[in-house]
Design a protein around this ligand. Structure first.
Ligand code: SF4
Length: 243
């Protein structure tokens, strides 16, 4: 089978936060969103990064099979937005399965279903980043409309795909009561949800924005208080949400 080449930003081995166990994390290049708190603005440009073939990536990942298998880990495709290169992403997933490795797909869900469907079908786990729950807030946080994200979520629910949802809590932006109640309602309605990760905003990506020459608008935004985050997690947990 002919290999598909695509563009990647970088690879990290031994990741422990993007899915279960130890992960071989591939950051794909290119993202159509412009999240205000993005840690990786250097992945935005679709023609940046470097070219790599799908088989090459899986062969590299397979070198770490022992610790991936021992820890219940696998490959994570993230970015950037992996569904921005759907053919490449799909070929990596298929080749990984051929090599006996599992794949988690970390996505914003902002991709036309027609192209994304096969990737969503074949990935073993989806990590879906829900950035906001109202159209206005979504546009403000990400620069794009929300419709495709809900379509992706509905599709994942319809096929019962193992799902982790991630949400970044940003003071003054995504920590309001109306928004958080609405998020709770969304996650409560999902039967395929295995885990919700409520992540506190941090500014570790700020330097990269400067290096890229892009104005960063959250310099004066504080990180959320630890007490706020733990109360929030307790609230979601009391409602039966797996955290
Ligand atoms: S979807 Fe991810 S990579 Fe893209 S802008 Fe948002 S945080 Fe950054």
């Amino acid at each position: 089978m002919a290999e598909i080449t695509g563009r990647i930003h970088s690879i990290e081995t031994g990741g422990m936060v993007d899915g279960p166990g130890l992960r071989f994390v591939v950051f794909l290049q290119g993202c159509p969103l412009r999240c205000l708190y993005c840690h990786n603005p250097d992945t935005w440009n679709r023609s940046g990064g470097r070219e790599m073939a799908s088989g090459e990536i899986v062969a590299e990942a397979a070198k770490y099979r022992t610790w991936m298998e021992a820890s219940g880990g696998g490959i994570t495709l993230t970015g950037g937005e992996p569904l921005y290169q759907p053919g490449f992403t799909l070929d990596i997933i298929r080749r990984a399965h051929g090599a006996g490795l599992t794949v988690a797909l970390d996505t914003s869900g902002f991709a036309p279903l027609g192209k994304a469907k096969e990737c969503l079908d074949e990935a073993d786990l989806i990590l879906l980043d829900i950035k906001a729950t109202s159209p206005l807030l979504h546009k403000k946080v990400t620069g794009v409309d929300q419709g495709l994200v809900w379509e992706t979520l509905d599709y994942l629910e319809s096929i019962g795909k193992p799902l982790w949802i991630r949400h970044v809590v940003v003071p003054g932006l995504t920590d309001g009561e109306e928004h958080l109640s609405s998020l709770l309602k969304v996650v409560k309605s999902l039967s395929c949800l295995e885990k919700l990760e409520l992540l506190p905003f941090h500014k570790m990506g700020e330097d990269k924005w400067r290096e890229e020459g892009i104005p960063y608008s959250l310099t004066d935004t504080p990180v959320p208080a630890e007490s706020f985050m733990s109360e929030l997690r307790e609230r979601f947990s009391r409602e039966g949400i797996p955290l």
